[in-house]
Design a protein around this ligand. Sequence first.
Ligand SMILES: Cc1cc2nc3c(=O)[nH]c(=O)nc-3n(C[C@H](O)[C@H](O)[C@H](O)COP(=O)(O)OP(=O)(O)OC[C@H]3O[C@@H](n4cnc5c(N)ncnc54)[C@H](O)[C@@H]3O)c2cc1C
Length: 499
Amino acid sequence: MRKKYDKIIIGSGLGGLLCGVILSRRGDKVLVLEKNNQIGGSLQSFNRKGCTFSTGMHYMGSLDEGQTLNKIFKYFNLFDGIEYHRLDETGFDIFNIDGIEYKFPIGYQNFINQMIEYFPHEKDAIENYVSEIKNTINTQNIYHLKSTENASDAADKYLRINAWDHISSITKNPRLRQVLSALNFVYAGVKEKSPFYIHALINNHFISSSYRIVGSSDQIAHKLADEIIRRGGEVLTKKEVVNLVINNNCITSVETKDNQSFEAEHVISDLHPSTTMNLIGEGLIKKSFRNRMNNKENTLSAFAVHINLKKDSFKYINANYNYYKRNDVWYASYYDEKLWPEHYFLHCGIPKNGSQYSSCIGLLTHMKFEEVAQWKDLPINKRGADYMDFKNKKAQKLIDLVCKSFPELKDSIVDYNVSTPLTYNDYLGSPNGSMYGTLRNCNNPVGSYISPRTKINNLLFTGQNLNLHGMLGVSLSAILTCGEFVGTDNLLKEINADD
Ligand SMILES: Cc1cc2nc3c(=O)[nH]c(=O)nc-3n(C[C@H](O)[C@H](O)[C@H](O)COP(=O)(O)OP(=O)(O)OC[C@H]3O[C@@H](n4cnc5c(N)ncnc54)[C@H](O)[C@@H]3O)c2cc1C
């Protein structure tokens, strides 16, 4: 007998929604189950005192004509009704490293020229570095939306190369090494572990072109959900999946906290693999597989302050401003709560009505889950005065650091709202509030790899933990997951044909 749904997707993050669109376009009846009141996962936004804050999607790259995300966005109709704002050509990211500012311009030739201007004696090293980025990217067929059937032999080699070691082998200049590594916060880089291919994918993505979403990031979630619904699917919120009923190694039903039960031919989990394992009873999945999923190392969590500003008080910066107190940009590797904060990432809301001033800004940096773990078992919004006090003291410390470079901020703040690792844990379900899910480790590439297929016949994974996090990585993961049903190359042909 045919099940009511063809596919159940657990989690309405970017990965779940992209899979929902791909599969419902194929005629599948799709059901998306989301535990929160809002859809979108990291694409969620919230309104506060006239400002809309995006929580986990501040900028994205390769959106210029012919570039990878541009093709993917056209395929998913994400240019339709959603506006994107190009960041500063001369510096989409500004890095203040130990008191000196460096800019990353858009476009490789601009990037090379700018780096040579900063480091005139390092021309060969800079050109060599850019060639290495391109060589690495060229081994990743999926990144170019090319057939994955004949994967390059060199791809495996790059998984094992450490980003910092490789950059250090390209130049002996200690400052240039730091500048070339400076974008690592956007992949929560760990000096001893992060592979060069992740560094290359991310740097290439943003250097190719960089954009902000005009308005909030949840527009993307709603656009995707609307298409699923229009094609006969359902997207249900406040439906926390608590149990996967398994018989003969197949999921026969999916149970939610409100005692509902849903059936489908296949189930796709957009959750972290260890969060997915929590939904499967003892003895129902191979123990070795469960242990492998549960023991994945995860990226560090985050602390964010979303600030409402007085009118005309803080000038819009058409770039992200990244601050590193030390002459070492690998903050996750030397994070020390006693010295916190030694880093921040500042992003501005795009002004409305032609104003030069932002009405809101966001500050983001790392924080360890252990610092908030004592409140984890208390209900949301009822964690007591000491948790509020912790949040306010930490927010004030971060704001004080920012005020050293932007003194005008001190008197510009009307209100602020704080997210801690507990917030990310609560709202995304990522273990210990991990920012980008699993950490890729060049010392153990096989151990940090996750396939879309699982040991349960009709359960698949998708999302940031599979391939790469972020707008680009999660889109590629969705292609790989749905490729298991429709053929990855067929899907890639469609995406390329759409261009
Ligand atoms: C602070 C921050 C800033 C970021 N900035 C950027 C950026 O500027 N650019 C960029 O490209 N990327 C950025 N990212 C990364 C990017 O947002 C994510 O990689 C991506 O959105 C993850 O999508 P996902 O589908 O894998 O999972 P998620 O967005 O984590 O979605 C998972 C969903 O599953 C739901 N869920 C969990 N458990 C259950 C359950 N039991 N039942 C039902 N539903 C459940 C969750 O509520 C959530 O909605 C940022 C991330 C963070 C945290």
